[in-house]
Write a protein that binds this ligand. Sequence first.
Ligand code: MTE
Ligand code: MO
Length: 235
Amino acid sequence: MIGRRTTGAAEQTTMSNDDAITGKIKQKLVETKQKWAAEGRLLTGATADPAKQRLPPGQREVTNWPVLDLGVQPDVSTEQWKLTVDGMVENPITWSWADFMAQPQARRRTDIHCVTAWSRFDNTWDGIATQQLLAVVKPKPEAKFVVQHSYDGYTTNVPLAMFADEDTLLARSWESKPISREHGGPVRLVLPKLYLWKSAKWLRRLEFINRDRPGYWEERGYHHLGDPWLEQRYS
Ligand SMILES: Nc1nc2c(c(=O)[nH]1)N[C@H]1C(S)=C(S)[C@@H](COP(=O)(O)O)O[C@H]1N2
Ligand SMILES: [Mo]
């Protein structure tokens, strides 16, 4: 499946029929989440200060780690995996797994917050800090947003300033174990200061652009930024 996608995969922004190979889009889940956005479900109307409380408004703590995605879970081996960084950067790259592992590695311990109201505390991640990646690719001055593209066709947009946050990692391991297929291995983004839909699983490409272009959930009523402390669930 990965082989068949090499040509033209960079242009792909919507789900293709190829995805049937690894799973089916959970159409009901997509419709439910879209309905939640339209109805403003789960909104408390409150904001909170992360310095004063650990749970963002409307969230509850879980100790398991729920799996949330569109139902298509690509099986990408580290041998097949490639990361392309392109768009408005001085130094576009395509990294193999060996290239990725040759970069300075970083560890972060963070909480994660899903827009469906669960939060999970104290997750330890290993991988490459986005600050390290930015030092390599050197965004051009006009670059203002980063679109994450995944092997399942998922996309999500974040401001470059949030992508560059010191807590943000291209993560390959969780609790010192490789990130499992269901949680987005071999490499996923972890951007803990935004809701978790802003952290793409099965990361394939990072595209630097000069304007805000909505991704999969943003096109379906979810917020363009997604700050859990401001309860930016929907747009
Ligand atoms: N590639 C990809 N990344 C994705 C998604 C997806 O469907 N595909 N779902 C997002 C959503 S809505 C959430 S809440 C988190 C869930 O990550 P988890 O399954 O590891 O908890 O992944 C995000 N990243
Ligand atoms: Mo989500």
